[in-house]
Design a protein around this ligand. Sequence first.
Ligand code: ADP
Ligand code: MG
Length: 135
Amino acid sequence: MSERTLVIIKPDAVAAGNAGKVLTRYEEAGLEIVAMDLRTISGEFSDQHYEEHLERDFYPALREFMTSGPMIPIVLRGEGCIATVREINGATNPANAEPGTIRADFGESGPRNAVHASDSPESAAAEIALWFPGL
Ligand code: ADP
Ligand code: MG
């Protein structure tokens, strides 16, 4: 089934000049770009995006990082793309990410792991509505 997912090229990857290389991975997997923007977000917006993690011990550092500079939110579309994108991204911690994944190649640490992607149809719908209202 064709579905949509929200990806974010995080501030570390944008600052390091890796945005184009990251985007190429998704295009080479045959995924279609539906929407894309360059955006710097507030702490309040980070809280909305990461609502499920607000109480976690790593969240203050994640919030600081996510508000530190511009990032690139993208809506991608394709058959099974929610799972496909999570595979292309690799494990959350770059140290554990499979060779050849985006996080293995461009991630640095826990928060600074280059990319975000929705993890379910429900989170994809909520995240697309948050980042691109009306899309
Ligand atoms: P994912 O981004 O793979 O869906 P999570 O939803 O669990 O991972 O976490 C959201 C983000 O929080 C991660 O992408 C990462 O930037 C950060 N994060 C998660 N776990 C940790 C941790 N133990 N230490 C530092 N940062 C973390
Ligand atoms: Mg997550």
